[in-house]
Write a protein that binds this ligand. Structure first.
Ligand SMILES: Cc1ncc(COP(=O)(O)OP(=O)(O)O)c(N)n1
Ligand SMILES: Cc1nc(C(=O)O)sc1CCOP(=O)(O)O
Ligand SMILES: [Mg+2]
Length: 216
């Protein structure tokens, strides 16, 4: 997953109409989102499948990868680009075996560099640390110090994602610390103009096409 830098958009955990959700995500992609995660913890299987399918269309049209949170079967059924796994989800090694070498597999590491090293060893494509700030989406999340991003980006070979309460105001300091991607829900989806909100994050990253810049 070399070269990935920029805004990592995560959908809000809501029963939004699939076409409306697709419209919102398309606007954020126009604003500069580089990776999209479909995250809906709801029980409505049909709604989840419909939302994810609508997002896949939008992402394919823009050549942006779509990651599915938690649900490996949905990712397989849909032909999505990958999955994001946390401590309550399947283990990265078995998911890598199931999805093959090209799948994008993200792993939540909370505040633990040891978890990140293990995830990399077991085939993770990227690791995520958080919450780096208090998160409106997940107020009870474990907190991870931004300084952890520096040791992670120094010692790992895969991209480092920061998540939790990230705004255009506090995001720059995370990039300076070593984050390759900023994962955001509220900072984009709670704004009236999603393209402008995404642009505010995208502009925190160095100039040029972030996908052209290999991660050292
Ligand atoms: C990019 C990214 N980072 C962290 C998470 C959180 O994953 P997890 O701990 O499994 O919690 P849920 O999102 O499943 O509630 C994420 N989804 N994406
Ligand atoms: C899904 C998720 N995981 C987190 C973690 O810390 O692992 S924080 C989070 C929600 C991020 O949303 P917002 O941008 O609204 O804070
Ligand atoms: Mg999970």
């Amino acid at each position: 997953m070399k070269g990935y830098r920029g805004l990592y958009l995560i959908t809000p955990d809501q029963e939004t109409d699939p076409r409306e959700l697709a419209r919102q995500v398309a606007a954020a992609i126009r604003g500069g989102a580089r990776l999209v995660q479909y995250r809906n913890k709801g029980e409505n299987v049909a709604r989840r499948a419909a939302q994810a399918a609508a997002l896949l269309q939008v992402c394919r049209a823009a050549a942006i990868p779509l990651i599915i949170n938690d649900d490996v079967e949905l990712a397989v059924q849909l032909g999505a680009d990958g999955v994001h796994l946390g401590r309550d989800d399947a283990d990265p090694a078995s998911v890598r075996a199931r999805l093959g070498p090209d799948a994008l597999i993200g792993v939540s590491c909370y505040a633990s560099l040891a978890l990140a090293q293990a995830a990399q060893y077991h085939g993770a494509s990227y690791v995520a640390f958080g919450s780096v700030f208090p998160s409106p989406t997940k107020p009870r999340a474990v907190r991870a110090a931004p300084e952890l991003l520096a040791s992670a980006s120094r010692t790992l070979r895969i991209p480092v994602v920061a998540i939790g309460g990230i705004t255009p105001q506090n995001g720059g300091r995370l990039i300076a610390a070593g984050a390759h991607m900023l994962a955001v829900v509220t900072g984009v989806f709670a704004q009236p103009d999603l393209a402008a909100a995404a642009r505010a994050y995208a502009s925190l990253f160095p100039d040029g096409d972030p996908l052209d810049e290999p991660i050292p």
